[in-house]
Design a protein. Structure first.
Length: 368
């Protein structure tokens, strides 16, 4: 008994003809009849409107050469990637493998790239990296404004990146971008208990202002450049203040800050940093030392006040002595002075004169 099979292929379709599991040929538009008493014939009708030919036996179909110029065939190696545009719009990224795209219904453009060049650059960069599915094949990172990105590929330094958006292929190599802030930053070195040369323990807070000059050096020299600067400032503070007595330190804290800054600056240069300033913000003395310092200050101020009072008394006495000498040498001036005194007394109200010595009355009368 004959068994007939009929397959109709439309204008936008293709038929994949298999016999006994082996691919034989591609069926074009039209109606196709097959005699199949043993049920060995199979025809898979696929739409070319889907563009991408997806089939479990694609390797057999491609190997046969039957697709010819009906399709774009890609055979990507493990380190290759393909960018696919359909009708001028970016569609997707392909990894290593075999692919086929129908021609005719839609325009298909393919660009094959070598992913061993880890950094991905393209004139349509934004459209590609922001497409759905691109994250499967690309690591995308953004270096923010006022920052620098230090790029390492497989642990080796490659370059320092300016602010912007970057993408790197996954798979062939491991790319790592370390972002470094280039703006001026402060490190607070707080709560440091330090003993001075005269065995006084004090507590102080300092602040270091710095910025990164060499991003690669800042990343490569230490695992945490901020922490390294903090530790270095701690050590320098102990060294500089430990060599000074308390009075010397308190009277010239700016000089201490300059010495600390000079020492820290040398080490900061090795870390790729530039020191803008180092300042000692707070100095906290122990309670008993604070009371003692207050007493010393109070005694100094009292001594200064006493000295000033003695100087004023001496000046007043000297002035009186000079006045007496001047009056003794000038009787007319003495007479004028006496008249001024009597004028003040007379102008003050009632004048009572008590005379107890002979001849004093005559002198007063003569004076008046």
């Amino acid at each position: 008994m004959f068994v007939f099979k009929r397959y109709k292929i439309r204008s936008y379709e293709m038929g994949l003809y298999f016999r006994d599991g082996e691919f034989r040929r591609v069926l074009e538009q039209g109606t196709h009849w097959f005699i199949d008493p043993l049920r060995k014939v199979a025809v898979d009708v696929v739409s070319r409107r889907a563009t991408w030919l997806s089939h479990e036996k694609l390797d057999l179909i491609v190997k046969s050469g039957a697709l010819g110029d009906r399709a774009v065939v890609l055979d990507l190696k493990d380190y290759e990637r393909a960018l696919v545009w359909i009708e001028g719009r970016f569609a997707h990224v392909l990894a290593g493998g075999q692919y086929a795209y129908w021609k005719g219904q839609k325009r298909v453009d393919v660009e094959v790239l070598d992913a061993r060049h880890v950094r991905f650059e393209h004139d349509q960069f934004k459209a590609i990296v922001r497409s759905a599915g691109a994250q499967r094949y690309l690591d995308v990172c953004t270096v923010k404004r006022d920052c620098a990105g230090v790029l390492f590929v497989d642990g080796r330094y490659v370059e320092t990146l300016a602010p912007g958006e970057y993408a790197f292929w996954k798979g062939p190599a491991e790319a790592l971008v370390v972002e470094v802030d280039l703006r001026e930053t402060m490190v607070d070195v707080g709560g440091q208990e330090i003993m001075t040369a005269d065995k006084v323990t004090l507590r102080l807070n300092a602040v270091v202002t710095y910025k990164v000059l060499d991003a690669r050096q800042a990343v490569s020299q230490t695992d945490d450049v901020r922490q390294a600067l903090y530790r270095e400032t701690q050590l320098v503070l102990r060294s500089v203040i430990g060599a000074r007595e308390l009075d010397n330190f308190l009277t010239d804290k700016d000089a201490v800050a300059r010495d600390v800054e000079e020492s820290v600056r040398r080490r900061a240069g090795e870390l790729g940093l530039e020191i803008a300033s180092v300042g000692i913000r707070d100095v906290i003395l122990p309670g008993d030392m604070k009371d003692l310092m207050n007493k010393v200050t109070e005694a100094k101020k009292a001594a200064e006040a006493n000295l000033i009072a003695r100087r004023e008394e001496t000046a007043a006495i000297r002035s009186q002595a000079n006045t007496a000498k001047l009056l003794a040498d000038n009787p007319t001036l003495m007479r004028l002075r006496e008249l001024e005194v009597l004028e003040k007394i007379a102008g003050s109200g009632k004048l009572n004169v008590v005379v107890g010595e002979k001849g004093l009355t005559d002198r007063i009368v003569n004076l008046l």
